[in-house]
Design a protein around this ligand. Sequence first.
Ligand code: ATP
Ligand code: MG
Length: 497
Amino acid sequence: MEWLSDLGVFFTSSAWKMVAAVIAAGGGLIGLGVTIGRWWSKGERTNLEQKIGILDGQVKQLQLDHQAEKGANAQLQLVLAAKEPEVSALKHQVAEADKRLALAKQRLVPYYHAYLKLKPERDELKKGLGAEKDLVAKLTGDVGEAGKRLVELERTLDQRQADLNRTDRRIQKALRLEGNLWAARALQKVPKFRPLGQRKHAVVSVMNLKGGVGKTTVTAHLGFALARRGYRVLLLDLDLQGSLTQILLPFDKQRQLAADGSLLQHFLSAASADKTRKLADYAQEVCSFDDSGGQLDLVATSDNLAYAELSLTLGWLLRTGERDNRFLIRKALQLMSVGARYDLVLLDCPPLVNISCINALAASDYLLVPVTLGQRSIDRVPVLLKRFLKNELFRKHINHDLRVLGVVANRTYREELTGGERADWRQLGGWCKDAYGEAVKQFDTVIPQMLKDVRDAETLAGAPDPKSKLAQLFAALAAEVERELPSECRRGAAALS
Ligand SMILES: Nc1ncnc2c1ncn2[C@@H]1O[C@H](COP(=O)(O)OP(=O)(O)OP(=O)(O)O)[C@@H](O)[C@H]1O
Ligand SMILES: [Mg+2]
């Protein structure tokens, strides 16, 4: 700024005036330039002075701010001075804490060493613990499994207990039956009894609860006679003793059938287990008659039938299967295929009411009752009729359609009845009527005691000589039996007449 004032002084000095006079004398243009320069310098100066003023103001403000800051700083110094004792107290505490820390560290050193010493052991233990944990987990799993099995076992046990209770109740119920196997209601799956009108083949049970009256003998020889007459006859040996089989089949054949599983008991066991078996497939040919077209077949048995019988009875009493074992033969004999192969079925029954006997009664259209004449023998016949044919439970549960075909006298003294025999025979007729409610057919043909003929027939295989007395008597009986059958079941001479 000073140079400007110096410049001003120069322009106002006499030297300048001289120069200016020279220049002014040199030209008016330069004079105009000087005038503009002066005007410009004056404006610029004012500008600069204003700026200087502003800067001065700012400097003063800064000085004031500085003063204020100094004051604040002094204030802070005072506060700091006031906090000094507190700070030093804290420092002291920190130093104390450091000392205690150092002391604690010092105390920890032995522990640390001990730790280092124990560490491998600890690691080992940790490893062991891991294994033990695994073991515990496995054991826990095993315990869980065992628990589940226990629950299952308890459930099975409950089930078994319930089964046992049920079985117990059934045993009690069975005991209350006192052997009256017909008195119990039928289980499920009882095959329907198709009346004879719907079948062509009649089913006849040869039965008497008294033993040794000739059931087997009559079955065998009536079978021969009917076959000779043109009937295709199937015999079933339902007696545990297997007497019919022994009469009709050679011993070797019996053994072979037993080995092949082709006996009646094999059929019954299979049928009870619900296996599909045809009874006719178990039949063995005994003989056939080319002239009449008749044929005699047998479903044989052996003394092993007793075991099958026991098993079927227990199975039925304890309800182990769905099938009612009292109807196995009914189901088999009702088949149309049996009718296609046979005209008549004769069942040789045992002298007791076992499950085979009930099977026979449940399957039959008729009862044929052989009797020996004598008080102790004839009084069993009305009992038999009452027990089955007139028994409501039997009719309801076992067979509503069972009828009496007739009673045949066996082992009489002669072909003609003696006076005493005739009296028994008449008495029997009366008793049967009382028990049955209507007259029971008493066949005219009687079979006398013919020890030799019967023995011969039992030892010689095949049909007896048609000219023999035995064959002729049974031929007469067969003719009578035929007349008792409905016409659609007849095959022999009666069918033609
Ligand atoms: N008319 C007869 N003449 C001679 N002996 C006979 C006659 N009928 C049967 N028998 C004989 O009497 C015995 C018993 O006969 P059979 O076996 O036929 O009777 P059953 O009623 O079937 O006997 P079970 O009840 O034991 O089955 C047999 O030895 C048989 O040979
Ligand atoms: Mg017998």
